[in-house]
Structures are given as C-alpha cells and as structure tokens.
Design a protein around this ligand. Structure first.
Ligand SMILES: [Zn+2]
Ligand SMILES: [Zn+2]
Length: 249
C-alpha cells in the first residue's frame, strides 16, 4: 500500500523560472492521478512517469494557471503514438468543462469527461475522492482523497468563506493555497493568505500543512512566518516543485 503526493507546480497566478503553475501528482498504490494542469506541470509530470501510464485527471476550476497544460496531454494522447490512447477519466466542474470544451472539443475526444460538483464522491483505484465548494470563481472545487485510512486534502484556489473546514478535517496532508500576505490592502476574497490557511488547518485538525499557490511577487519566507505565528504547534512548510509527500507516513 502506498499513497504519495508530489508537487508538480507550486506557483500562484503564473509560472516562474523556479516554479510551475498549480499541479500535483497523486499516486494511489501505483495508480497515477494528475490534479490540476498549470503551465509547466506537464514537463514536470513527465519526470515521474510516461503519460500513457496516467489513469485519471482532476481539474479544480477553469483558470489557466490550473488548466493550460491539459492541452499538452490532449496532443500527446492524440498524436504521441500511432493510435489515439483510450480515454481516461477527467473529473471537473460543469463550468470548467464548458469553458475548456469551448476552446477545443478535442478535450471530450481524448478524455472521458465526468462532471463533478460539491458533495459528489467518486472512486479512483480504491480511493474515495470527494469534492467541496470553494469560494473562488463559480465552478471551483476543493478535493479530498481518502485511501486506506489516510487523507490528502487540496484547497484548489479558495477564499476564506468556502467549505474549507470540512475539506481539511483531520487531513494527514493538507495542500492549501496561500496566495497573499497578511493585511495587504486590495486583496480579493477568492484567495487566502498564509495565516488564514494555517488557522483553517489548525482548526480542522490537519496534521501537516503545505502552503502552495505562492504568488511570484510576494515574500514566501514571510508567508511561512505568518503561518507559523498563528499555529505554532502545526507542521507547516512551503511547497516546492518536486516535493514528495507520503500521505500514509
Ligand atoms: Zn490559481
Ligand atoms: Zn483560480
């Protein structure tokens, strides 16, 4: 039994030299699932597996920093070998599916499109995946994956008023967005700062908090300090591309 998550991209809003945009590889006992497909995550994914091995994809919402590399997969599945690969499931919200399919109907030719929304539960390789409403743009879901008694939770992009407590409840690993710094004027309420992420994690009883969706123009050391200040007993760290986390450790 193994349950491992690897960060493919940890940058918020746009990719940088050091960080791809949002993306994660979840391995459930040898079954790979790609969760969010931000710019640069396709290349990083290929460092871990050959794409025909992929068994499923989740896109949390339509924003390009979470979806743009899905088109790399579409081309690879279509044109990377003599015959198009058999479709694998792609779970996303109806809103994201409509937006992406409007760009190219190839999405539905390559993937087995499965719409999901808050409250839905699907199975993947013996794991149970549930979806939660996040306060971001309409059609954004947080993702909770439970396998063999262990839990991985991912906030997607989320403001403070979404269903974060249920998403993160007793998670062994909680990957949470922390786009902002504390007390900065003009921030949108569709994202969190690191202190808010830490408060959610602590109140929910999460065991390990990994701060991600780090804004390219912000001080990430300050983010970490702000998180540690509100939750001194919590294990908290900054995501980086390539970070491998054993959820079942
Ligand atoms: Zn984003
Ligand atoms: Zn977004």
């Amino acid at each position: 039994m193994s349950f491992v998550a690897t960060i493919l991209g940890s940058s918020g809003v746009f990719a940088t030299v050091d960080r791809a945009s949002s993306g994660y590889l979840v391995d459930v006992d040898g079954h790979p699932l790609w969760m969010d497909a931000g710019a640069g995550t396709w290349r990083n994914l290929l460092g871990h597996l050959d794409y025909p091995e992929l068994e499923g994809v989740i896109l949390t919402h339509r924003h390009p920093d979470h979806t743009s590399d899905i088109w790399q997969a579409v081309h690879a599945f279509q044109w990377g070998q003599k015959e198009q690969l058999a479709p694998i499931p792609l779970w996303t919200t109806r809103e994201a599916m409509a937006a992406l399919s409007a760009f190219s109907t190839d999405l539905g030719n390559v993937f087995d499109l499965r719409p999901v929304g808050p409250g839905d539960v699907v199975s993947f390789a013996g794991a149970e995946i549930s979806f939660f409403e996040m306060k971001h743009i309409p059609g954004t879901v947080g993702v909770r994956i439970e396998y063999a008694g262990k839990t991985l939770a991912y906030s997607a992009d989320a403001g403070p008023s979404g269903n974060l407590p249920e998403l993160a409840a007793n998670a062994d690993v909680f990957i949470c967005e922390a786009t902002y710094l504390k007390d900065e004027a003009g921030d949108w309420d569709g994202h969190l700062n690191a202190a808010q992420a830490a408060r959610v994690a602590q109140d929910a009883g999460a065991k390990r908090l990994v701060l991600t969706h780090l804004h390219p123009k912000k001080d990430h050391g300050r983010s970490l300090n702000e998180a540690q200040a509100v939750a001194p007993g919590l294990r908290v760290e900054l995501a980086y591309d390539g970070l491998r986390m054993e959820v079942d450790a």
